[in-house]
Design a protein around this ligand. Structure first.
Ligand SMILES: Nc1ncnc2c1ncn2[C@@H]1O[C@H](COP(=O)(O)OP(=O)(O)O)[C@@H](O)[C@H]1O
Ligand SMILES: [Mg+2]
Length: 231
């Protein structure tokens, strides 16, 4: 089972939401967090950024061995394995390689939650196509929503996680209507969440205001991430 999280615009909360969903899913069994961007070590409070990861795998292309993904992985907390991004550029990687990576992640018995960030490459877009579920993470930001409407992966997404900032005019109903997608969960912007991330202690002190919507996402996508494909 592969669930990809992505956003039309950086700074939306995609990396934090993906990490939270992986940490919650791990309470039901071994879970993988696949980072295509490179921010997960920081979000999870890891001491260093692994230099090699999925980006190098993608550059090798469709013939890259599936078991190499396990050799690239590092355990972050018991039950959560990080498949790191690595450092290679992927702008020119063929979509077939992205599809092959997503197929390898999808066909593994462990649930994989992927942080795709802003999908700016053919490989990333191919991953979103092959994934069992694709979830947009957006704030109630008109600029981001307008951008999302123009992006190809939006039409095939399964739903939205709305990161709610105080003072925004656009609420869950408007966001769902504009994108034509169900709002799976709402994540409040809270200074406590930002502080926990900045202190590098998210895995051990996941705030309930983040854990609750993470559980809702898993439930709405079909069980605890360990079951079949989302509708
Ligand atoms: N629910 C939240 N409450 C408060 N701050 C948040 C929340 N989600 C994310 N942030 C903060 O917002 C910034 C951007 O989040 P991030 O997950 O890196 O966004 P993205 O991956 O979409 O670029 C980070 O500083 C992060 O700590
Ligand atoms: Mg990010």
């Amino acid at each position: 089972m592969l669930t990809c999280f992505w956003s039309p615009k950086g700074g939306s909360g995609t990396s934090v939401v993906t990490a939270a969903v992986a940490l919650v899913a791990a309470r039901d069994g071994a879970t993988r967090l696949a980072d295509l961007v490179g921010d997960q070590p920081a979000v999870l409070g890891a001491a260093s950024d692994p230099p090699t990861g999925m980006r190098e795998w993608l550059r090798v292309g469709v013939d890259a061995p599936v078991d190499a993904l396990d050799r690239l992985s590092v355990e972050i907390v018991p039950g959560v394995t990080l498949l790191p991004a690595g450092r290679a550029p992927i702008g020119d990687v063929a979509p077939e390689a992205g599809a092959a990576l997503a197929t390898a992640l999808r066909d593994d018995p462990r649930p994989t939650l992927a942080d795709v960030g802003v999908p700016g490459s053919s490989a990333a877009e191919a991953m979103l196509e092959v994934a069992d579920a694709s979830v947009l993470v957006v704030r109630g930001c008109y600029v981001a929503l307008r951008r999302a409407v123009r992006m190809a992966p939006t039409a095939r997404a399964h739903g939205v996680v709305l990161v709610e900032e105080p003072g925004r005019a656009l609420g869950a109903r408007e966001v769902g209507d504009v994108l034509g997608l169900p709002v799976l969960a709402r994540v409040p912007v809270r200074s406590q969440t930002a502080r926990v991330v900045d202190a590098g202690v998210l895995p051990t002190r996941l705030p309930e205001q983040l854990a609750r919507p993470a559980r809702q996402v898993l439930a709405r996508l079909g069980g605890a991430g360990h079951e079949g494909r989302a509708a």
